[in-house]
Design a protein around this ligand. Structure first.
Ligand SMILES: NC(=O)c1ccc[n+]([C@@H]2O[C@H](COP(=O)([O-])OP(=O)(O)OC[C@H]3O[C@@H](n4cnc5c(N)ncnc54)[C@H](O)[C@@H]3O)[C@@H](O)[C@H]2O)c1
Length: 334
């Protein structure tokens, strides 16, 4: 099989993680990149040993690309993603997929009319540790409850909200909102759908000092909770998942993930205390320690399957983030 030819649009700070995933995947080959900023384009093109373009359409004309990663700010994503899909080029879309759910829906509609596929970079779904604990929860009868914390200090990037980024629960903490849907999902390949949301919003006085706490009921019967505060002590990203006689607590703050698990009732006797599980997580059962969104997308393209974090599914996550942000309380009509 020939390698799939990949292009990247947008070579800012976050593009590095895309370049690393592409370099680590033997079935794809980076062939070109596009970036508006001269210095970023030249430096990255030299570092990655591929031609750099200021106009991504010229890159499309000169290279027969199989996949394009669009790693721009949310405000710039939609127009580029529509161009990719119109040319039947498979596209990886950064989060948040647009400035609001109507933009995500427009991209989903374009995908439906295209011969190509799209994946949204809701990358927590693809962390091997997340997949492994999710699998264990299913083995224990399915998720009954899950929770997530996504907190940050205010940073210099905050002025980009409004013009280039939607509010942080949509553009940033979306990762952990989506993780709740994924944890509550009924099968390996499906995320749960929120049916009811009770959100309390209590913003601080400084710009983008957004604080929101929500409880969500899912169509699977599981309940999820999210706490997300901006302008507090520092960056913390934690999550938990519970099933009958099984719990896992994950710290996803750093590159190296930490997971703590507990199990009770190993025989027929439920134990009130429960025991700490010392066995290592079986990462090989979920694609291995190097599994990521790029590997999944290549699998989907080659096997003609829909990616887990497809655009239609991302519309649901976007609508859930929007409901949390507006302090929605009650049934959620999607
Ligand atoms: N998944 C994650 O964990 C994670 C982490 C950080 C950022 N992100 C996302 O990644 C995206 C990029 O973030 P960043 O920090 O790299 O932003 P950035 O602003 O540093 O980089 C974006 C780059 O895109 C370029 N660009 C914009 N329009 C273009 C066009 N038409 N053609 C070519 N280049 C164009 C800009 O010149 C800029 O250099 C954002 O959507 C952000 O939400 C995701």
């Amino acid at each position: 099989m020939d390698d799939l030819r990949v292009g990247v649009i947008g070579c800012g700070g976050h593009a590095r993680s895309h370049f690393e995933m592409i370099a680590a995947e033997p079935r794809v080959r980076l062939v070109a990149l596009a970036e508006l900023d001269d210095r970023r384009r030249e430096e990255t093109a030299q570092l990655r040993s591929v031609p750099g373009y200021s106009d991504y359409r010229r890159m499309f004309d000169e290279h027969d690309l199989d996949i394009v990663h669009v790693v721009t700010m949310p405000a710039h994503l939609k127009a580029i993603v529509l161009d990719c899909l119109e040319r039947d080029i498979n596209v990886s879309v950064e989060k948040s997929p647009g400035m609001d759910s109507t933009e995500t829906q427009a991209m989903a509609d374009a995908e439906a009319a295209s011969g190509a596929r799209a994946i949204v970079s809701l990358n927590r779904r693809y962390f091997p540790e997340v997949l492994a604990v999710r699998r264990l929860a299913r083995e224990h009868g399915g998720t009954v409850n899950c929770g997530a914390i996504y907190n940050k200090a205010l940073s210099g990037a905050m002025e980009r909200f409004d013009s280039l980024l939607p509010p942080p629960i949509i553009s940033d903490a979306i990762h952990n909102v989506d993780l709740l849907r994924w944890f509550a999902g009924p099968t390996e390949d499906r995320a749960a759908v929120p049916t009811e949301v009770h959100s309390l919003v209590a913003d601080g006085p400084r710009p983008v000092e957004h604080r929101q706490n929500a409880v969500i009921r899912f169509d699977t019967g599981a309940i999820g909770t999210i706490e997300s505060q901006y302008g507090v002590g520092g960056r913390i990203q934690r999550a938990q998942i519970h099933a009958q006689d099984f719990s896992a607590y994950l710290d996803l703050t750093m590159r190296e993930k930490k997971v703590e698990m507990y199990r009770s009732g190993q025989g027929n006797q439920p134990s009130e205390v429960g025991g700490r599980v010392e066995d290592p997580l079986d990462l090989d059962a979920v694609g291995g320690p190097g599994f990521n969104e790029v590997k999944h997308f290549v699998d989907c393209i080659l096997d003609d399957r829909t990616p887990w974090s497809n655009l239609d599914d991302a519309v649901i996550t976007m609508k859930l983030c929007e409901a949390i942000r507006r302090g929605h309380s009650g049934v959620l009509e999607l």
